[in-house]
Design a protein around this ligand. Structure first.
Ligand code: FAD
Ligand code: UDP
Length: 372
């Protein structure tokens, strides 16, 4: 391999696979893709277990996007089912819907009180609007104040504390705004135009992206162990702070620990994802067979426990959006501008809380900026 005419892509998750696919396919240039893990697809890695159930190893992944461009790109590699994610929440023993919406209102309160709250809500807000909880708390009316406190306490306070180690006021507003109060009867978690699960899983999609004669894939290979780094260009989707040997300090992350259990029964719970915002130490339980409607007389679940990321102990899962962390990231970003042929992207490279569609869109943008 002639290193000088080869592009190196570090990381075989969606960000790395998309940029490799575009460089190899559209420019016809050679690409070496490495990943330190022994599988492709990064955090989106899935596999069929011995029961024939598609397991999402690093937590449930539901594809959703409003981007025509991203959807058209993904459709080149896979068809999707029409799965629309609905999250059940146990609020002090009551099984209801999350995000909190008008149906939740009627599940948790007596009908006459729920009706009064619904009328008052519709006096203040437009139907079908989404209101972040920290905004929703700014109420004048006593009933609505009560409601806002209820939603804050029962849905956000403990879940956020479990997930991030701090209360909702101490995470960036955008984090809790991902799951706003929804003044609607729509029980879905996402309202995007396109939603679904790839029919043969995410790993297959990434495999097809990397299936090009110009692409060489090396798994179990860490960037730091590469001897010759004189590549034409380097696209780095690993952690940007690690690339620079943490010279300005470590960027903090949350990690997650999934405890898998197999049950000798058809189903464990009533939907793919059940949140426990009031009880237990785990945040939610995933039941994987729902995503592709897998048939088995067994079922596999995972309880999701959040914890701080510690170097050498666990994996990076969530960048922590926060002013001081963004400031630290910006130092690395400035540093990266001195490296003419190195480009950072992805959830770890950009230190951004990207969903899959945004990671894919960003990889397409980097390709268009750098290579065209
Ligand atoms: P990654 O998937 O993290 O890939 C980066 C790769 O780089 C990894 O494979 C890593 O091993 C490799 N790497 C790192 N450093 C090195 C190195 N030094 N040398 C070699 N290789 C290296 N998004 C959605 O749209 N819908 C969802 O439902 C959803 N659910 C999620 C649930 C959880 C628990 C998490 C954590 C994320 C979820 N996401 C979801 C987000 C989604 O996982 C990301 O958007 C996506 O994985 C980003 O892809 P990436 O390629 O940027 O990063
Ligand atoms: N959240 C919450 N209670 C819930 C669901 C979400 O408090 O039942 C908050 C919590 O802070 C969480 C954030 O909203 O981290 C975003 O939730 P989302 O489900 O989008 O997180 P992800 O799927 O990325 O882990």
């Amino acid at each position: 391999m002639d290193i000088k005419s080869t592009n190196l892509v570090v990381g075989a998750g969606f960000s790395g696979a998309v940029i490799a696919n575009l460089i190899a396919g559209e420019l016809g240039e050679s690409v070496l893709v490495i990943d330190k893990k022994n599988h492709i697809a990064g955090n989106c890695y899935d596999f069929r277990d011995k029961n024939g159930i598609m397991i999402h190893k690093y937590g449930s992944h539901i594809f959703h996007t409003n981007s025509e461009k991203v959807w058209a790109y993904m459709k080149k590699f896979t068809d999707f089912n029409t799965y629309m994610h609905k999250v059940v929440g146990y609020l002090d023993g009551i099984e209801t819907h999350i995000p909190f919406n008008f149906n939740t209102l009627y599940d948790v309160f007596p009908e006459s009180f729920a009706r009064r709250l619904e009328e008052k809500l519709l006096d203040v807000f437009e139907i079908n609007t989404k209101v972040p909880i920290l905004e929703f708390q700014k109420q004048d009316d006593d009933d609505l104040k009560f409601l806002a406190n209820y939603v804050y306490e029962k849905i956000f306070l403990h879940y956020t504390t479990k997930q991030w180690g701090v209360s909702p006021q101490d995470v960036d507003d955008a984090v809790t705004a991902r799951v706003p109060v929804y003044l609607s009867k729509d029980n879905r978690y996402f309202q995007d135009k396109y939603q679904g699960i790839p029919l043969e899983g995410y790993t297959k999609v990434v495999e097809r992206m990397l299936d090009n004669k110009n692409i060489t894939l090396k798994l179990g290979t860490d960037y730091k162990d590469l001897k010759d780094k004189g590549f034409k260009r380097i696209f780095y989707t690993g952690p940007i702070d690690e690339f620079y040997d943490y010279k300005f300090g470590q960027l903090p992350y949350r990690s997650v620990n999934f405890k898998f259990e197999t049950y000798d029964k058809e189903y464990y719970q009533s939907s793919a994802c059940v949140n426990y915002p009031c009880n237990y130490d785990f945040t939610r339980i995933h039941e994987y067979k729902y995503y592709l409607d897998d048939k088995s007389d067994k079922t596999v679940i995972a309880k999701e426990y959040s914890e701080f990321f510690e170097l050498g102990k666990n994996e990076r899962y969530y960048p922590i959006p926060k002013e001081e962390n963004d400031a630290l990231y910006n130092k690395y970003l400035e540093e990266s501008k001195k490296d003419a042929n190195v480009y950072f992207l992805g959830r770890l490279g950009d230190y951004k809380y990207y969903n899959m569609d945004r990671a894919i869109e960003r990889a397409i943008e980097v390709f268009e900026e750098v290579c065209k």
